[in-house]
Design a protein around this ligand. Structure first.
Ligand SMILES: C[S@@+](CC[C@H](N)C(=O)[O-])C[C@H]1O[C@@H](n2cnc3c(N)ncnc32)[C@H](O)[C@@H]1O
Length: 397
């Protein structure tokens, strides 16, 4: 009976293509604490299931399964006592008692649309293959000896791989007649810095010279030692404030992942004044604009029209996040860059997932840049804000 009921449910969910994911918990075997099964699309368009098992020792193992209800039913009836099923037709919870009876709470709405299915690329075809590239991943504590990415590092691993995909897309903008110079500002533990160096030197067989900069002296010391152990001879780390940093040679590309608050403005300002051809920056938290908007300003005409957003602290913060980055985009654009914003990773994973991608456009005219700067200043005046990035350019900070 429990079998039939469960099979019927999962068959319906797969037939209607409404499954987002099924999360199995309350495991009988304590070695595997959780199992997440979600559909994905292969390169040939067919749909399969991806099963990720999370183990007690911080490891995650991923397996591809046929898109068959039996694959969803089996762990529900054997290994796990609870399944939370997320579908476009509503969320359900399946609980199995010790005696084996199954109780399902929630109902599937009759007329839901199909779930969006991620492509195979998003699931497995990472640029960094942990089984092949285990050396530096292990060195940094991202993976174990066999190349399994630790459970807690999965999100970081996905971020750096996605960042690499974006680098791959702009690679042709880097000089081809000499080793490109790359700076990672606010590099922290430097997962990204190592991955970028590895990408160019080991995977693309291309020399690069890289510099990572961060305030944390002990972390930088570790990174220099780790680079030496890995034989990454052209990867150097410097401890210090990026505000005072001068690279030993002109960078062709400046990258930055989650530089806190106005540190992102310093990254962008440095990249522009150093004449970097490519800038890739994913900002972190935003605090500056919210403070400025809290100060009274009677000569900021745009504020009245925005009072319905600024009057509520949550919508105000969301507005400040978006406006800060939109103004950064505009300011960079006024410096001669062709600028776009991309989603770094799934927004469910982190809200800090916006990537600013700027490529210097030598054809952009001084008049266009001047007009963009005027527009930018008009928006700042309308809002009554003075963004840190602009104050850096004006030498006001
Ligand atoms: C959120 S962490 C991100 C680290 C790394 N990029 C990553 O994504 O894993 C931000 C880092 O920025 C560094 N940082 C913040 N302000 C800085 C500054 N003015 N100069 C240098 N480093 C700074 C911090 O020390 C910290 O390591």
């Amino acid at each position: 009976m429990a079998n039939e009921q469960t099979e019927k449910l999962f068959s319906e969910i797969l037939d209607r293509r409404i499954l987002k994911k099924a999360v199995y918990s309350k495991a009988a075997d304590k070695a595997v604490t959780k199992l997440v099964i979600s559909p994905f699309r292969r390169a040939d368009g067919s749909i399969m299931l991806s099963a990720e098992s999370f183990c007690g020792d911080n490891k995650a193992i991923r397996k591809n399964l046929p898109c068959d209800p039996a694959e969803l039913v089996r762990p529900a009836l054997e290994g796990f006592r609870q399944v939370n099923i997320f579908t476009t037709a509503g969320d359900l919870e399946l609980r199995r008692s010790k005696s084996g009876s199954v109780h399902i709470s929630g109902k599937l709405a009759p007329d839901a649309g199909e779930a969006e299915v991620a492509s195979h690329d998003e699931h497995k075809n990472y640029i960094i293959d942990p089984s092949r590239d285990a050396g530096f991943l292990r060195e940094l504590g991202l993976a174990d000896r066999s190349g399994r990415i630790h459970d807690k590092k999965q999100a970081k691993f996905r971020q750096i791989n996605r960042f690499l995909e974006i680098i791959r897309d702009v690679e042709s903008e880097l000089p081809s007649d000499r080793p490109p110079v790359i700076c990672d500002l606010c590099c922290g533990k430097s997962y990204l810095t190592f991955a970028v160096y590895y990408y160019f030197t080991a995977l693309k067989k291309r020399e690069v010279r890289m510099y990572g900069v961060d305030l944390k002296a002990d972390v930088i010391e570790f990174c220099n030692e780790a680079a030496a152990r890995q034989g990454f001879s052209q990867l150097k780390f410097v401890s210090g404030n990026i505000n005072e940093y001068t690279p030993p040679e002109k960078p062709d590309m400046v990258i930055s992942l989650h530089a806190c608050d106005i540190a992102t403005d310093i990254v962008l300002y440095n990249a522009v004044r150093w004449g970097a051809g490519v800038i890739l920056s994913t900002p972190c938290c935003h605090h500056e604009m919210s403070k400025q908007l809290s100060q009274k300003n009677d000569s900021a005409p745009m504020r009245d029209g925005l009072s319905f957003i600024l009057g509520c602290s949550m919508t105000k913060q969301k507005f400040c996040d978006a406006a800060t980055d939109a103004l950064r985009v505009k300011r960079l654009s006024s410096c001669g860059y062709d600028v776009s914003t991309l989603e770094l990773i799934d927004p469910d994973e982190t809200p800090k997932n916006l990537m600013i991608r700027a490529v210097l456009d030598p054809k952009k005219s001084a008049e266009t840049c001047a007009r963009e700067l005027e527009e930018y200043r008009g928006i700042c005046a309308g809002l009554g804000v003075a963004p840190y990035l602009d104050r850096l350019f004006k030498n006001e900070v």
